[in-house]
Design a binder for this molecule. Structure first.
Ligand code: URA
Length: 196
């Protein structure tokens, strides 16, 4: 499994399939634990990620780590993290459909090799990549959907959205994220205990 993943990574590091290959500093393939039951899919690398070659290392990434840590999960031990796009769109604009299409094989290969039981669709771009007809993320977050290879997928808020809406009152994005992360941990424990 790890050799196959490494092959895909090497291919991705040399990718020239879309114009973002001309402006990137680094390809951002993944971080975290490859043989994990949880894969989190974000949107695309930002400036920090492009410089370091790792997903979710800026402010949003630090918040994401804290959210997972609050239920005892860590990116080193429990989660594999990647994005719908492996290269940074200039000025952090939304990924173009042509860029998503060019990059999609890498993401599908990651999921087909890893076969995670839980896939977290982090933010609108990841959500619409898998559930194109879904309503707004605020309507579907926290719900389980059937995903590839028998997995369950849950849309969750993007941490950048939580940074823009930091107040934690009942019903706020932050409070809802707390509910979602507890449900994710519950399901993860169920899988670890063989009750899935
Ligand atoms: N936002 C994302 O969606 N992905 C990253 O890797 C960083 C910020």
């Amino acid at each position: 499994m790890l050799e196959k993943l490494e092959q895909v990574r090497q291919e991705c590091l040399n990718c020239q399939k879309c114009p973002l290959s001309k402006t990137r500093t680094n390809v951002v393939f993944s971080d975290g634990k490859p043989n994990s039951n949880i894969v989190l899919i974000g949107e695309a690398p930002g400036a920090n990620e492009d410089l370091q070659g790792k997903p979710f290392v800026g402010r949003a990434g630090q918040l994401l780590d804290k959210i997972f840590e609050s239920v005892g999960l860590s990116r080193e031990k429990d989660i594999y993290i990647c994005n719908t796009l492996k290269c940074r769109p200039p000025e952090n604009r939304d990924p173009l459909p042509s860029e998503k299409e060019a990059c999609r094989n890498y993401l599908d290969a990651q999921l087909n090799i890893l076969k995670p039981k839980i896939i977290l669709l982090c933010g609108r771009v990841a959500l619409t990549s898998f559930l194109p007809n879904a309503s707004a993320i605020s309507k579907v977050r926290g719900k389980w959907f059937d995903g590839p290879n028998g997995s369950k997928m849950m849309p969750i808020f993007h941490p950048s959205y939580l940074l823009r809406n930091p107040i934690a009152r009942p019903g706020s994005p932050k409070a809802l994220m707390w509910e979602d992360i507890k449900e994710i941990k519950r399901r993860y424990d169920e899988i670890l205990n063989g009750n899935d």
